[in-house]
Design a protein around this ligand. Structure first.
Ligand code: DI6
Ligand code: FE
Length: 410
C-alpha cells in the first residue's frame, strides 16, 4: 500500500537548509514519515491534488522539529540542596570532591526502580516536546555499574517508544569514578572498554559514546582509550571537554573525528580551528554556563571565524542545568554567548542533527528528510529565541503525524 500523502499549506517555512532559506507562503507535502516536497505554494506539484489530508496552517511559521542534542534527562531525584550550597559560594568541583554532585544522582538512580526512573523522566521529556522538540539525545552516566547503565539506556529507549520523539542514546559510563573503583580509574576505564561497552552495544542500547574529560572526570589518555574502544565497534564518539579546565579534549576529539565536542567554555582559537577542520560540531550549553556562574564563555568569535559548526542544547541534568527548556537555551545562546538568531536556529536543527550523525536525515525541511516539524504562532522567526517562559509552539508533527497540539490550537 502506498503511504498517506498529506498537504500542509499556508505556512511560512524556515527550512534550515545550508542557505537558511525562508519561504513565505510555503507548503509541504509529506508521504508517510518523510517529506516529499517543500516549496512556495505557487509551485506545488500536481501530485498535491492526490493528498488525502490537508492542513491549513493559517500563516504559522514552520521549522524542522527541534533537536536537543545533549541531555542527561533520565535521572532520579533532584540536587536542589546542592544548588543552594552553590548559591552560597561552594563550587561545583568542591561539592563533587565531597562525594556529592554526579555521585548524589548515582545513589538516587541505583535506588530507583525502572518504572520510577521512567516516570520521573517523563515530565522533562514532555516539557521538551511541548517546545517543538522531535529528536532528543539522552545520556547514561548516573548508573556507573553495567546493570544500572543498561537500565538508564533501556529507560531512554522506552521513552522513545512511548512518546512521539526520536531518542538517540549515548553511553556516558565515564561520567565520574564510581566509589567501587576509588583510586582505580584506569581499571574502571578498562572495564568499560572491555566489558560494558561491547555488552551494551550487543543489546542495541548505544548510539554513541561520550566521556567527561575533566579533572573531576577522566583524563585525556583515558578519554582516548574510550574513543579507541568505541571506534573499534564502529560507534561514533562525543566528549564533554574544556568546560571547567582546558584538558586538551577538543584537540583530541578533532583528531579522532568525534561527532561533537560539548561545553568548550575554556577552549581556545586553536581548538576552534581543529574542530572546524575535522567537522566536529561544537555543542554550546548556555544553561550550564548560567547555573554554574562560569566566568569564561566559549570562544564564539573564534568558532565563527574558523567556520566551526555550532549547535545549542539544553544539557538537561540535575546538577549543572536543572530544567528542560531548549527555548531557554536558545535565548541564553544569543544573550549570554552572542550567537545570532540564525546561528541559534541552525544550532537546534541542522547542526544539532549533525552532532548526532543525523545530517541528511533530519534537521532540515527538504524532500527526503523526516517529516518532523514544529508549527509556531509567531510573527517573525526571531521570536523563537526571544520569548522567555512563553512557549509559542502550536503543534508538532512527528513522522508525518500531528503529534502534540498546543493549548491554543483549534
Ligand atoms: N557535564 C555536565 O554538564 C553534566 N555532566 C557533565 O559531564 C553535569 C551532570 C551533573 O552535574 O549531574
Ligand atoms: Fe552534559
Amino acid at each position: 500500500m502506498t503511504e498517506r500523502l498529506t498537504l500542509w499549506r499556508n505556512a511560512r517555512l524556515a527550512t534550515c537548509d545550508a542557505a537558511m532559506r525562508v519561504i513565505e507562503d510555503g507548503a509541504l507535502l509529506t508521504r508517510g514519515p518523510l517529506i516529499e516536497w517543500v516549496g512556495p505554494a505557487s509551485e506545488l506539484p500536481a501530485a498535491a491534488g492526490e493528498a488525502t489530508e490537508t492542513h491549513d496552517l493559517r500563516g504559522a511559521w514552520v521549522t524542522p522539529g527541534l533537536i536537543d542534542c545533549h541531555t542527561h534527562l533520565v535521572f532520579a531525584g533532584t540536587r536542589a540542596s546542592e544548588y543552594a550550597q552553590r548559591l552560597r559560594g561552594v563550587s561545583y568541583e568542591e561539592i563533587a570532591r565531597r562525594g556529592g554532585g554526579i555521585l548524589s544522582t548515582v545513589r538516587a538512580v541505583r535506588q530507583a526502580s525502572d518504572s520510577q526512573l521512567f516516570d520521573e523522566s517523563v515530565p522533562r521529556l514532555q516539557a521538551l516536546l511541548r517546545e517543538g522538540v522531535t529528536t532528543v539525545e539522552i545520556k547514561s552516566g548516573y548508573g556507573l555499574t553495567l546493570e544500572d547503565e543498561a537500565r538508564m539506556l533501556r529507560v531512554a529507549r522506552a521513552l522513545g517508544r512511548s512518546f512521539p520523539v526520536t531518542v538517540k542514546t549515548t553511553l556516558l559510563a565515564a561520567h565520574t569514578l564510581p566509589p567501587e573503583y576509588a583510586g582505580r580509574a584506569d581499571e574502571y576505564v578498562d572495564t568499560i572498554c572491555r566489558e560494558w561497552l561491547p555488552a551494551l552495544h550487543a543489546e542495541g542500547l548505544v548510539d554513541a559514546v561520550d566521556v567527561f574529560c575533566e579533572t573531576i572526570g577522566f583524563d585525556l589518555a583515558q578519554s582516548e582509550r574510550l574513543f579507541d574502544a568505541a571506534q573499534k565497534l564502529g560507534l561514533p564518539v562525543k566528549i564533554h571537554a574544556e568546560q571547567l579546565t582546558r584538558m586538551g579534549g577538543a584537540l583530541m576529539a578533532a583528531r579522532r573525528g568525534a561527532l561533537s565536542c560539548d561545553h568548550l567554555e575554556q577552549a581556545t582559537a586553536e581548538d576552534a580551528a581543529a574542530l572546524a577542520a575535522s567537522g566536529t560540531v561544537a555543542v554550546l550549553l548556555p544553561v550550564a554556563f548560567h547555573c554554574l556562574a562560569t566566568e569564561r564563555k566559549p570562544p564564539i568569535a573564534a568558532l565563527r571565524a574558523a567556520g566551526t559548526c555550532m549547535a545549542v542544547a539544553s544539557d538537561c541534568n540535575p546538577g549543572s542545568a536543572p530544567g528542560a527548556s531548549l527555548l531557554l537555551a536558545m535565548s541564553m545562546a544569543t544573550r549570554l554567548f552572542g550567537l545570532t538568531e540564525q546561528e541559534v536556529l541552525a544550532g537546534v536543527t541542522r547542526n544539532a542533527a549533525r552532532a548526532l550523525g543525523l545530517q541528511g536525515e533530519r534537521g532540515v525541511l527538504a524532500a527526503g528528510m523526516a517529516a518532523d516539524f514544529a508549527i509556531w504562532d509567531i510573527e517573525t522567526i526571531d521570536e523563537l529565541g526571544y520569548w522567555i517562559g512563553l512557549n509559542r509552539c502550536r503543534a508538532v508533527v512527528q513522522a508525518g503525524r500531528m503529534a502534540n497540539r498546543g493549548a491554543h490550537d483549534d
